[in-house]
Design a protein. Sequence first.
Length: 472
Amino acid sequence: MDKTKTRILIVDDEQGLCAGLQEALKREGYAVDASTDPRAAVSLAEKHCYNLIISDVKMPGMSGMELLSRVRAVHEDTLFILMTAYSSVESAVEAMKVGAYDYLAKPIDLKRLRPLVQKALEFQAVVSENKVLRERLQTQANSPLLVGESQPMRAVAALVEEVANSDVTVLIEGESGTGKEIVARSIHNQSARRQRPFISVNCAALAEPLLEAELFGHVKGAFTGAIANKPGRFQLADGGTLFLDEIGDLSPKGQGDLLRVLEDSAFRMVGGSELIRVNVRIIAATNKQLQLAVSENKFREDLYYRLHIVPIVMPPLRERAEDIPLLIDLFFEQCCAKHKRRRKRMSSDALQFCQRFPWPGNVRQLRNTVERLVITCRETVVETAALPDFLREQDRTQKTFTVRPGTPLAEVEKLLIRQTLTHVTRNRDQAAAALGISRRTLQYKLRQYGLLQRNQSLAPSVEPMEDGADQV
């Protein structure tokens, strides 16, 4: 706390007491004003925002209680300590009721005044910090879930907007950690079902004996331990959205049960005879190639086509490095609020390290890394030295990149161009020569793949750019 920036106002109709308290607190380093007229004090409080006002209770023209009420109407965070010559429990209770932080009995004991002022200001700082944190969290709650300005993420956001207001079944595909559940929640939040439940089920975590009961519920006595009726996930999601995560890990029996419900929109609870109908929108997600699983007879073909009405493919983080600065800013905001730490940011060099890293764990790994930095880094600006070892080691040793079998050639070409401009050279002529194409062709492909960024943050500058040269 910087005392020189802490403003205190003393209000008392006794000139000597007013001047004495002002001088005592000035010696402590505070910026202190004083007034013997409560009406003039109101005018001062309207012009300046005081951290603390120390006021007498009984004054001609206006009481300390009334002064508190009028100042709080303008500055609700200003604290009050009220002084009274009538020290009693009743006066203390009355002061607290009207919103005073504490009270002092006259004659004023400076040994009690100094620590009381410090305690009051520390309390105010905590309240102010909590208010800022609440505002941050509220901002997060109102912010869009999907974050990214890269071409792949713009395509995902556009498709989410298209399908949100229909009840069509959606299959979200992508590597683990890319944010498939976030896409599902975005669809739900933009749909007419947004006021109804969003129920998430991890199919990989449901053991075969419990799968049917978890999805469809059970009646009392259906099996050992079923001591009461329990609704399943389909019933809980009635009117809303059911998100089936890791659908590729669903057992063969589970696949058959799910297909039947998708076809009929009805089911029976385990041990029950009543046919239950629900109105549920299904969104499924997988990190597996379901079409390959179908060809290997590991996933039902009829269920695959029932789910694969509108596919949405979440790109891995390594294919949208230009989104990494946005994600890091968001994660710093969230994690600093979560752990009650001061806001942090990354230096330009540290950001470039992060953009060069392939992030095999995708967005989830990036978020965990940022949370780690919030806890372990004391500085408000995170430099490269504070980054985890795996980031810096990878940056020193990375000479190649991997391509998943079955990746479209256009994606391979896009990744090759990005990696060349990131790890080999940012000079367009040199990059074109390394790739065996003309500079004009390279320019065309940069535009085609959406690699020309307004913020010029796709790749680090490892060498000076030629005058007038475009940047990635």
